[in-house]
Design a protein around this ligand. Structure first.
Ligand code: NAD
Length: 499
């Protein structure tokens, strides 16, 4: 399928794909996919004003009816699944299976949100005063600004938007400047569903296409009470204080440095498969990608030998070809960052296998690499840093306490796992003294979370939670209500205040 066919199948018109200043290239071969229009920072105020108007209508639509809108959105996504997935692959370089998986996540979160729309429960609480009733209500909060990264160009929007919509909020979406086409395609689907849905206001979901500057203008705007920002820790370091400074709320989903402990009792076959999927899937460009393995000294040599064998045979190539498991890096900058990290790892005592550029003749403007295995003598600076590429650092341990200490010593805290059949180690890993991450798995790799759980991490990962469980509460404001149905006016704490 040509790039033109892909963009056409996703519903983008020739007009949308030409004439703008933002050049979008496919990481598959560097070919231009389109030139799209961008917003200026000065446009943000008008976009926010339109969103506020949408909010005034949407907040009064009953939540289950808002859920019905999201149900229809999920149906529309089901109908477009393969075309949208193909565009995801073309624009961000994911293999077909992962592109399809990404759109499936959008569908799953819509299903989740439909049920949620009838479960935005508050509590009833016993009042200490006679003839009084106390309860908690959850109300829509207002515009939710959603800033997304290139590597999940559509799913992250949906984790936020599906919840925001059922919670009564409109959305302003600032996608990565590297992946605006998938965002334009999704906006079309939302618009189409909204047009046929009488209760949906205009501008329920709006796009802001552009770079960090337009994102910063959104972050700065005092009429955007929620900013959900997904991207690097460097971005979160800028966004967090700005939103805090105006007393807004952030949901920060930032970088990870995800580890796996492989214990001597582990089923090495399972561990091996989990390592390969988590470390090389999406070419190491997932926030939950496996970046460190901490392996017991008794099984280290045999695991590394098998791992090197599998890595040597990995099929690297165009993500649109069947059988390929590793697609390209997003761009030249990502390739250079990978090479610099490998150079630094060598300087810090690491032994590197792989990491070289592949297929340069077939794709001079595509950046394909053999995923790298780096055996490190210690957890040095480069290991503590997230490099968004398929580099797997390998460390050895002797005692489980040592493994846990190494595991938790990095500044990031997104996803983690242990492979063990020892119940003490498994339970310790998920206990208060175990992994310090937002996600902790036993005998499962760190990537590929389900939408039913709350997703996010601690420390430099930002502390935000999105998607399932009670993550919806971050999109609403809590109101504590006390009603006096007596003919007295007793004060709390028994205070006597006679006038
Ligand atoms: P990035 O930080 O370069 O950009 C992310 C988004 O932030 C883009 O839309 C960008 O335009 C915007 N942005 C950058 N600076 C901004 C500012 N000052 N104000 C407002 N917006 C700004 O990240 P990327 O390269 O697109 O994605 C890779 C990074 O994202 C990795 O660090 C990865 O771990 C992280 N990530 C985290 C999660 C998670 O859920 N924790 C998910 C996906 C990606």
């Amino acid at each position: 399928m040509t790039h033109e066919a892909v963009t056409g199948a996703a519903g983008l018109t020739a007009e949308e794909l030409t004439g703008g200043p933002l050049v979008v290239s496919s990481p598959i071969d560097g070919n231009e996919l389109g030139r799209v229009a961008v917003h200026a920072e000065a446009d943000v105020a008008a976009v926010v004003a339109r969103s506020q108007a949408a909010f005034r209508q949407w907040r009064s639509v009953p939540a289950p009816r808002r859920g019905e809108f999201v149900r229809q959105l999920g149906e529309a996504l089901r109908a477009r699944k393969s075309a949208l997935a193909e565009l995801v692959s073309a624009e961000c370089g994911k293999i077909r299976q992962e592109g399809l998986g990404e759109v499936q996540e959008m569908i799953d979160i819509c299903d989740f949100a439909v049920g949620l729309s009838r479960q935005l429960y508050g509590l009833t609480l016993p009042s200490e005063r006679p003839g009084h009733a106390m309860r908690e209500l959850w109300h829509p909060m207002g515009t939710c600004g959603v800033i997304t990264a290139f590597n999940f160009p559509v799913a992250v929007w949906s984790w936020n938007a599906a919840l925001a919509f059922v919670c009564g909020n409109p959305v302003i979406w600032k996608p990565s400047e590297k992946t605006p086409l998938t965002a334009l395609a999704v906006q079309k689907i939302v618009d189409e569903v909204a047009t046929g849905f009488a209760d949906a206001p205009e501008h329920l979901n709006q796009l802001l296409i552009g770079d960090a500057g337009v994102g910063a203008a959104l972050v700065n705007h005092r009429d955007v009470p929620i900013i959900s920002a997904t991207g690097s820790t460097a971005m979160g370091r800028k966004v967090g204080p700005v939103v805090a400074g105006r007393f807004g709320r952030t949901i920060l989903e930032l970088g990870g440095n995800n580890g796996m402990i492989v214990a001597p009792s582990a089923e090495l076959d399972l561990a091996l498969r989990a390592i390969v999927f988590s470390a090389v899937g999406t070419a190491g460009q997932r926030c939950t990608s496996l970046r460190r393995i901490i392996v017991h000294e008794h099984v280290y040599e045999s695991l590394l030998e098998q791992l090197k064998r599998v890595y040597a045979d990995l099929s690297v190539g165009s993500p649109l070809e069947d059988g390929v498991l590793v697609g390209p890096l997003i761009d030249r900058q990502a390739f250079e960052a990978m090479q610099q990290a490998l150079e630094r790892a060598r300087e810090e005592g690491g032994a590197v296998t792989g990491g070289e550029r592949l297929l340069a003749d077939a794709y001079p403007d595509g950046y394909y690499v053999r995923p790298a295995i780096v055996e490190m003598p210690a957890q040095t600076d480069v290991v503590m840093t997230e490099t968004f590429a398929p580099i797997l650092y390998c460390l050895k341990y002797a005692s489980f306490d040592e493994a846990l200490a190494l595991h938790n010593a990095v500044p990031q805290g997104l996803s983690s796992c242990v492979f063990t059949t020892d119940v003490r180690e498994a339970e310790t890993f998920v206990s208060a003294v175990g992994s310090d991450c937002g996600i902790a798995n036993v005998n499962i790799g760190p990537s590929g979370a389900e939408i039913g759980g709350a997703f996010g991490g601690e420390k430099e990962t930002g502390g935000g939670r999105e998607s399932g469980s009670d993550a919806w509460k971050a999109y609403m404001r809590r109101q504590t209500v006390t009603i006096n149905y007596s003919d007295e006016l007793p004060l709390a704490q028994g205070i006597n205040f006679e006038v």
